[in-house]
Design a protein around this ligand. Structure first.
Ligand code: PLP
Length: 451
């Protein structure tokens, strides 16, 4: 068995970590994860760390949940992988039907008014295309939207509108609709241009003025748009920027009026993160595409889904020689192991009343964050169990957010920063005492770094 430093040396010799400057990575202490249990990750020396970021926003019910473990094991006894190209498989079929059912009643009158959508109503988005990451879920939606418009005869609709500071993934299409110049600036010559719709940093802030500007942009460019792409309610990667449901409702109305399709990217917000199963339930608008990934399998295996309407699907039907087919697919599309995990995760939502337990946890996190009265805390932002503590004001080179996030580990907690915003994205299964521990660890880490 290797020691911690041997693991670290091997990592440094061979790995290229995502979003990581190696010159820094090789200088900082390395936490090498060996196993996990419930809300904790354990390093190779057996030290426990509370997982405050759900292993990058995807773990939902905790690690090694018995029902998830059992579902993946049971599927292993049947088939681990079989292609969706030319074949179907039972678990992908069952999962598609379950996901589609979650959009039942979305087009009913009470949708978005805080009421439960009637689950026996027809699904608003009855078609599912599986892929394997959030980026591909968005990439697929972009290609579908573009091709749909072309095949409906709207050949002038070749562009996309997207929010300022958007993040939709790292493939070229998803980067093109992304709006974070730090991540995406260098790739500009490789990208297609998007119409950039302004968006607030905090819900309610300048929304009227920004809507007036958005209206102008939709008036000017609307008839060139294939679709409008957005992260509903929370722009996660931008540092948990937040806007109100009413703001997004107004934007989607403008986009629809301009003839654009709507792409809701719920890769981060999906599966309970904002307090409802999907953020769009609070917005009360039925999108043409719903992009899901991250929490879809409870955070177990890579799987993504792009849901769409029968009307969009219809634009792709016809005789083979009309070439209306969506020529897109990934090798592991509809992977049975991942689909089995996703089905088990949905079962847990129902059997363990996960959503019903959220209000207490959301309030507990809010209460804990309210105790953070340190002079370095510029503000806290929270919707559901998505939150950020923004530290300020420090020069970029001080790397305060990064140093504070690292210092949290000395207090047994894993948090991650986006610039000077320290992000909280705990598993939905985390209880109030552990949520309070996350905040207490952050407080101690701020004291360690800033004093
Ligand atoms: N869309 C949103 C809103 C995201 O937050 C992310 C990842 O953080 C993605 C897309 C990309 O997902 P993935 O990293 O699985 O490609």
């Amino acid at each position: 068995m290797r020691t911690a430093s041997e693991w670290a040396a091997l990592d440094l010799a061979h790995l290229w970590h995502p979003f990581t400057q190696f010159d820094e990575w090789e200088k900082q202490p390395m936490l090498v994860v060996d196993r996990a249990e419930g809300m904790h990750l354990y390093d190779v020396d057996g030290n426990a760390f509370l997982d405050g970021v759900s292993s990058l926003w995807c773990n939902v019910h905790g690690h090694r949940h018995p029902k998830l473990d059992a579902a993946v094991r049971a599927q292993l006894d049947k088939v681990a992988h079989s292609t969706q190209l030319g074949l179907a498989n039972t678990v992908a079929i069952e999962l598609a039907a379950r996901l589609v059912g979650l959009t039942a009643g979305w087009d009913q009158a009470n949708f978005g008014a805080g009421g439960e959508p009637p689950r026996n109503a027809p699904p608003a988005l009855p078609r599912v295309f599986f892929s394997d990451s959030g980026s591909t879920a968005v990439e697929v939606a972009l290609k579908m939207a573009f091709q749909c418009q072309q095949q409906r005869g709207a050949t002038h609709r070749t562009r996309f509108a997207a929010l300022d500071q958007a993040y939709h993934g790292d493939t070229i299409g998803s980067v093109s609709v992304g709006g974070m110049s730090l991540f995406h600036g260098i790739y500009r010559p490789m990208l297609f241009e998007a119409v950039r719709i302004p968006c607030p940093e905090r819900a309610g802030e300048n929304e009227e003025r920004l809507l007036a500007e958005a209206a102008r942009l939709f008036r000017e460019h609307g008839d060139t748009l294939a679709a409008f792409v957005f992260e509903p309610l929370v722009q996660g990667a931008a540092g948990m920027r937040m806007h109100s449901p009413a703001f997004l409702r107004a934007l989607t109305t403008m986009a629809r009026d301009a003839g654009a399709l709507l792409v809701a990217d719920e890769v981060a917000t999906g599966f309970g993160r904002t307090g409802t199963l999907f953020a769009m339930e609070q917005v009360g608008v039925v999108p043409d595409f719903l992009c899901l990934a991250k929490g879809l399998t409870g955070g177990y295996l890579p799987l993504a889904a792009t849901l769409t309407s029968e009307a969009v699907f219809a634009a792709f039907r016809g005789p083979y020689t009309e070439w209306r087919t969506l020529f897109h697919g990934h090798t592991y599309t509809g992977n049975p192991l991942a689909c089995a995990a996703a089905l088990a995760s949905l079962d847990i939502f129902a059997e363990e009343a996960v959503l019903e337990a959220l209000p207490v946890k959301i309030a507990a996190l809010r209460d804990a964050l309210a105790t953070l009265d340190h002079p370095c805390v510029r503000e806290t932002r929270q919707i559901g169990l998505m939150a950020a503590v923004v530290l300020g004001d420090f020069p970029v080179e001080a790397r305060i957010g990064h140093r504070v996030a690292l210092a949290c580990r000395d207090h047994g907690v894993i948090l991650r920063n986006l610039g000077d915003a320290v992000v909280f994205m705990p598993p939905l299964g985390m209880g109030p005492p552990d949520l309070a521990r996350l905040v207490a660890a952050l407080r101690a880490a701020i004291d360690d770094v800033v004093g």
